[in-house]
Ligand binder design. Structure first.
Ligand code: G
Ligand code: G
Ligand code: NA
Ligand code: MN
Length: 256
């Protein structure tokens, strides 16, 4: 069967799961939140298919709305359960695709889901990839982000450094945080060019008044470098791999 057919079936049968990866305050070494990552175990091939592969397919098939709403619902449902179980809530960042962002009712959708589940807007963050920021749509995107932010939702720009957004564009957008793409973190500190790029991105983000988060931190030397250059937060296998909801409960209970 083609990926289109298998994905349609998976959406109909609702076989997805949310994994969560901790975000860490680099100075304090403390867990301060999570990124929600969608997981699809493809029964036919007995393997996980990456969202990098199936999200574009869902967009093409016009199914991203259904799938994206499911992700938001599921995350909010988990958040409310954690609170009901007496766990201390840390905010969860949900990835939003370009098409989800450009649909004219994202803010409405989010506020409907918050109301329905009883989750608080302050528990939710949205991550929007830099590639969503098409220059021709700058005003429209700024408006959508303003709407979301006025609900109390934090917005991060994801995969920063892989797109083409200019500084003048970025400063017009209502953003809270910037995530440095893993490809810039991977070879620091040994690769001098990457090290210069990473430290420049951190300085630039700070110049724009944004919180900076490094992705894909895998070892102590990368961590030291990022810390020394004043990067606020990070995530990566060094701290924790993405894990199921059950694991999040233990993490929250341990309060690390
Ligand atoms: O978790 P993994 O490395 O396989 O993720 C690959 C890509 O898929 C990342 O860029 C991530 O942002 C994206 N992704 C993960 N979960 C979601 C989701 O729920 N919605 C969207 N739109 N993208 C997601
Ligand atoms: O594009 P986005 O940043 O949302 O993608 C996040 C993806 O990166 C997740 O699918 C996650 O599994 C993966 N990831 C997170 N931490 C690490 C890491 O330390 N190393 C590697 N190789 N991948 C990571
Ligand atoms: Na992301
Ligand atoms: Mn990213």
């Amino acid at each position: 069967l083609t990926i289109e057919t298998r994905l349609r079936k998976a959406i109909k049968e609702n076989v997805f799961e949310i994994y969560y990866q901790p975000k860490v305050d680099l100075a304090a070494g403390k867990m301060i939140g999570f990124e929600a990552l969608l997981r699809w175990f493809d029964q036919e091939n007995q393997q996980f298919i990456s969202p990098a592969e199936f999200i574009p397919v869902a967009e093409r098939l016009g199914l991203i709305g259904t799938l994206g709403d499911w992700v938001l619902n599921e995350v909010c449902r988990h958040l409310v359960q954690w609170q009901q179980d007496g766990l201390e809530i840390l905010p969860v960042a949900v990835n939003i695709s370009a098409q989800q962002l450009m649909k004219d009712n994202l803010a409405e959708t989010v506020s409907r889901i918050l109301k329905m589940t009883g989750a608080s807007a302050s528990w939710l963050e949205l991550e929007v990839t830099e590639s969503c920021f098409i220059p021709e749509q700058a005003d429209r995107i700024a408006l959508i982000l303003h709407e979301l932010r006025s609900e109390g939702i934090n917005i991060s720009i994801d995969d920063f450094g892989t797109g083409y957004s200019s500084l003048s564009y970025l400063r017009r957008l209502p953003l809270d945080a910037l995530k440095i793409d893993r490809s810039f973190v991977m070879h620091v500190p040994d690769n001098e060019e990457d090290a210069r790029l990473a430290s420049t991105i951190i300085a630039m983000a700070k110049g724009l008044g944004l919180r900076v988060i490094a992705e894909g931190i895998e070892d102590e030397r990368q961590l030291d470098f990022l810390r020394q250059h004043g990067c606020h937060q990070g995530q990566g296998f060094m701290f924790a791999k993405p894990a199921p909801e059950k694991q999040v409960r233990s993490w929250l209970a341990e309060k690390w």
